[in-house]
Unconditional design. Structure first.
Length: 277
């Protein structure tokens, strides 16, 4: 795969920012080149990486991929399609704000159009960074982007609902602080009710809000758009769906000697035609 040139990268970044200006768009999360190309073929306007999907594809749990491999993956995903790519950049892969800035500069060099920074620690006893520390890291990421001269969108994530601290007021306070620190788009993965989503949208307006939908539920894309959501990602859900189909088929073969788990599989001819086009 040939990596896109500077003009192509900048055009993608401009298109990505424009997507956030109005309306509501789905930004699905592929985990490899094939899944990225398939999603492009389905007509999606942008893609986002998934830390969990990548990790599982490498036989690791989420959160344990080394930075060098994540950067290589980002570069590969940028080259895989003609679409803008938002990087799941986890906690910035650093212990302090200076390290976050250094790593963000490396992420920008891969060609991504956006990147998210989250405020989780990985420590179950204290799963969220102190707010002042999280804000310092967000400011560092913003400064690194601005110094690069590239129009890369910064997404600020409040992980309250993902780490067992489902305090909406605290999450909103964090998102507002991240917006003040320079985040272009705000994201509180795990909020799910109309009331929670509407509260977050109102709290950070006019900045765009990303909502994660990782399972079947009552809300549709139309419902989320009506609530003022700008973009909808699915995290590791597509990867989990693929793993679910694989597991069902493999488990039937292993435990019962049956092959009907292959029902519903895409024909090889269709896959070959698509990837050969």
């Amino acid at each position: 795969m040939q990596h896109p040139g500077t003009a192509q990268i900048r055009a993608r970044r401009a298109a990505f920012r424009q997507l956030h200006a109005a309306g509501c768009f789905a930004i699905p999360n592929p985990w490899d080149v094939g899944s990225a190309r398939w999603l492009e073929g389905l007509g999606f306007a942008a893609l986002a990486t998934t830390s969990s999907g990548l990790a599982w594809s490498r036989g690791r749990p989420d959160g344990e991929m080394p930075l060098a491999q994540v950067l290589a993956h980002l570069r590969e995903m940028v080259a895989a399609t003609g679409l803008p790519v938002n990087a799941d950049f986890e906690h910035g892969f650093a212990q302090d704000a200076e390290g976050v800035a250094h790593n963000v500069r490396q992420a920008i060099a891969t060609g991504v159009a956006g990147l998210s920074i989250e405020d989780s620690t990985g420590d179950p006893a204290a799963p969220l960074l102190p707010l002042d520390e999280a804000v310092a890291r967000m400011r560092a990421a913003r400064a690194a982007i601005d110094a690069s001269g590239e129009d890369v969108m910064l997404v600020g994530r409040a992980e309250n609902f993902f780490v067992g601290r489902p305090d909406l007021d605290d999450a909103i306070g964090r998102l507002r602080a991240y917006a003040d620190a320079g985040a272009d788009c705000l994201y509180a993965p795990g909020i799910a009710t109309r009331e929670q989503i509407a509260a977050v949208v109102a709290a950070v307006a006019p900045r765009p809000v990303n909502v994660l939908v990782g399972a079947a539920g009552a809300l549709t894309m139309q419902d989320l758009a009506a609530l003022g959501v700008r973009r909808v990602s699915v995290g590791g859900a597509l990867a989990r769906a693929a793993w679910g189909g694989f597991d069902r088929a493999a488990r039937l073969l292993a435990t019962q000697g049956r092959f009907d788990g292959f029902d519903g599989a895409l024909p090889g001819k269709e896959l070959n035609q698509f990837f050969g086009a």
